[in-house]
Design a binder for this molecule. Structure first.
Ligand code: WTA
Length: 665
């Protein structure tokens, strides 16, 4: 097959049976996990919590459920950083590698559990010296460097909740998040390497704090790229100076099981992102459990690699907390899969080599790789000769997350990365769920490409129709979770009503995930994507409303509507339709300027792929924008029923304009 072509497999019914080798490891003595959890899910999770974690004080009540508010492992105390670090060192595993880190330019660091613990203790002391205390919040805006997990674990050690802000976000996003959480501190770096050059971070923090965030007292800066950023005297402090002055020992304080561990902001259906709250005991239990079982972990020998960014929940749970709680060795990589570097194979195709990931898998002997369907589709496009040039035989399990995976991408991953030897685990979950919810267990589950299979042991999910009744085999509807789970969100920061309204009001007594799903004759779940106004671009959640607000923020734009169009690589891409104010004349430059404006407001991930200037927007007679029609236009589909429109002529005109304009990228 030549580079660039995509192999299409027959879409006949395919199943992949579990391999005995995996069953033996993952479920040794535990093959009754599903039945045990079915019989008494609280007892099941209580057993896992005690088996997987070190508790300072045992809990007396497994679950207090006052719908929709849950408390897990009530009365228990523990420390997340102790569970991720100290207990492994105390057990004689201090010299084990915790993180094989690789920077984008090719610099590397090997960090043992002992070294990581030492850094975390010093940094925790630095935080204490700056006056941070249990219950405070600290914002973290960093590249993928080892100081990022150090900062998170140091916060956890002393009970400060972190709020990690993805490094691709703009100053506005930093201001909003600092203000909403009333953060006392921002931890950042001068810049991080991105596609061969330093991408500035500290200047964004400066702009953000010039605009707001009055509670922020200090900014701690790691010197990653030597870009010599401006430092505000009294407020800004260098990481290295603080570490040098800091005392080495900082005991891990026992925290209540329900102590806030972190906030992670995610897009909802309004312009204001939600601060999703995760707490201590339940979160760590489920993340540790799922990391161990879903990836068939053999902690002594495995080299686990989650190729996500810690700015998203996937990185929180499966780069930092899960792998470290399980005491395994992980890989952490700073850059992108196609970073510029010299071609080391005789190759005359020019351009950047596209085998960075496969080179890393080979050099570190990676055993599990966890990535997103978007990335897999990109690798398909680049061609299978890139992975074929590397020895990937150490891989045992492949995982995907973030969006529905199309069966062709699943098969390609299975064949060209997994050598047809590795089970593929398609894991469905959300920022809100904290950890995996629906996923195969390697060795136990028959997989079908494109299906996340069944809820994990201890998780109870159902697909319901519009009236809230469970659909039978072959039915489709909305995905709901029917019982509380340990790593569930505990709420939306500062907004309990929105929490109840968003997740618990659509179907009585059920958590509404916002995803559509189908159930097949075997009871397998097939996820169909979001059913609300949330787009999923390369596995990143972006709300249509957020982008619409950024569009109308441009002085030439009067009104805007945004939809997610189908995209072969990124799953969805953002398409905006705008009406201009008064007498402003449409032009190609203006279209580009408006598009760029969103990139500045929200960061490059949210920049629309295309912006169309239109005379009007299709609205129902009650004034609601008909997004379905705009999606149809964006996808080039037939327009279907337009009879509810106030002015049916509008759509035809929009379609003609959209067809006339070229795609932007
Ligand atoms: C989607 C990422 C299909 C889904 C962990 C969900 C998936 C949203 C899958 C959460 C999957 C995640 N199959 N869809 N395996 N995994 N999703 O909060 O729409 O960034 O609601 O969490 O991603 O995205 P979030």
């Amino acid at each position: 097959m030549s580079q660039g072509s995509i192999e299409v497999y027959e879409s006949e019914d395919r199943t992949f049976s579990p391999l005995a080798d995996f069953a033996a490891v993952a479920l040794a003595g535990d093959d009754s996990l599903y039945t045990e959890a079915e019989a008494d899910f609280e007892a099941f999770w209580a057993r896992q919590a005690r088996a997987l974690l070190d508790w300072h004080d045992d809990f007396h009540t497994t679950l207090e459920w006052d719908l929709p508010f849950a408390k897990w492992f009530v009365g228990g105390t523990l420390n997340v950083s102790h569970n991720c670090l100290d207990r492994h060192v105390n057990a004689g595993r201090g010299d084990k590698v915790a993180i094989h880190w690789e920077g984008e330019p090719g610099d590397t660091r090997t960090i043992t559990y002992r070294e990581l613990l030492a850094d975390v203790q010093r940094f925790a002391n630095a935080l204490l010296k700056l006056g941070l205390r249990r219950g405070d919040r600290a914002a973290i805006y960093m590249p993928m460097i080892p100081e990022l997990p150090v900062a998170m674990l140091a916060c956890a050690r002393i009970g400060v909740a972190h709020s990690v802000i993805f490094g691709g976000f703009s100053p506005d996003a930093i201001t909003d998040r600092c203000e909403d959480a009333e953060a006392k501190l921002v931890i950042t770096a001068d810049a991080g390497y991105r596609r061969g050059a330093p991408s500035p971070l500290k200047p964004n923090v400066d702009s953000a704090l010039a605009a707001g965030g009055p509670t922020v007292e200090h900014v701690i800066v790691v010197d990653r790229c030597g870009t010599d950023p401006a430092m505000t005297p009294g407020r800004d402090l260098w990481w290295a100076d603080l570490m040098a002055e800091s005392a080495p020992d900082c005991p891990a304080e026992p925290m209540d099981s329900e102590q806030l561990l972190y906030l992670l902001y995610t897009s909802g259906t309004t312009a204001k992102p939600k601060g999703i709250m995760h707490t201590t005991g339940g979160y760590l239990t489920q993340v540790c459990f799922t990391h161990k079982y879903v990836f068939d972990l053999r902690p002594d020998t495995d080299v686990f690699w989650c190729a996500a960014d810690i700015g998203w929940v996937t990185g929180h749970s499966y780069i930092v907390y899960g792998p470290l709680a399980n005491g395994c060795t992980s890989v952490m990589y700073e850059g992108t899969p196609d970073t510029p570097r010299p071609l080391f194979r005789g190759d005359d195709r020019g351009g950047w080599p596209k085998d960075r990931l496969w080179d890393i898998v080979e050099r570190y002997g990676v055993t599990q790789l966890y990535t997103a369907p978007t990335a897999i589709r990109t690798f398909m496009k680049w061609g299978e000769e890139w992975p074929a040039g590397h020895d990937l035989s150490t891989l045992r399990v492949l995982g995907t997350v973030g969006e529905p995976i199309n069966p062709e991408a699943w098969m390609w991953y299975h064949r060209h990365i997994g050598g047809e030897r590795c089970p593929v685990v398609d894991t469905w979950w959300q920022t809100e769920t904290g950890g995996h919810m629906i996923s195969p267990l390697p060795g136990a589950t028959v997989t079908k490409p494109g299906s996340a299979t069944r809820p994990l042991p201890g998780i109870f999910a159902e697909v319901v129709d519009a009236g809230g009744a469970p659909v039978g085999a072959g039915g489709g509807g909305h995905l709901t979770v029917t019982r509380p789970w340990p790593s569930m969100l505990r709420g939306i920061w500062g907004d309990p009503d929105r929490y109840r309204q968003t997740y618990w009001s659509t179907y009585e007594g059920r958590y509404f995930a916002g995803d559509g799903a189908r159930v097949d004759d075997d009871g397998y779940f097939w996820l169909l994507g979001r059913v609300d106004d949330v787009m999923n671009v390369s596995g990143h959640r972006i709300s249509t409303t957020e982008v619409e607000s950024a569009l109308v923020d441009h002085s030439a734009v009067a009104e805007a509507a945004v939809v997610g169009a189908k995209d072969e690589i990124t799953g969805q891409s953002i398409v905006g339709y705008v009406i201009l104010v008064g007498k402003v004349e449409p032009s190609e430059e203006l279209r580009q300027e408006i598009r760029a404006h969103v990139g500045v407001k929200l960061g490059p991930t949210a920049r629309p792929k295309a912006v169309f200037i239109v005379p009007d927007l299709p609205k129902t007679r009650s004034g609601k924008i008909m997004r379905r029609l705009l999606r149809d236009v964006a996808d080039g589909r037939d327009l279907g029923d337009t009879t509810t429109l106030a002015d049916p002529g509008v759509v035809a005109e929009i379609r003609d304009r959209a067809a006339a304009a070229d795609d932007e990228d």
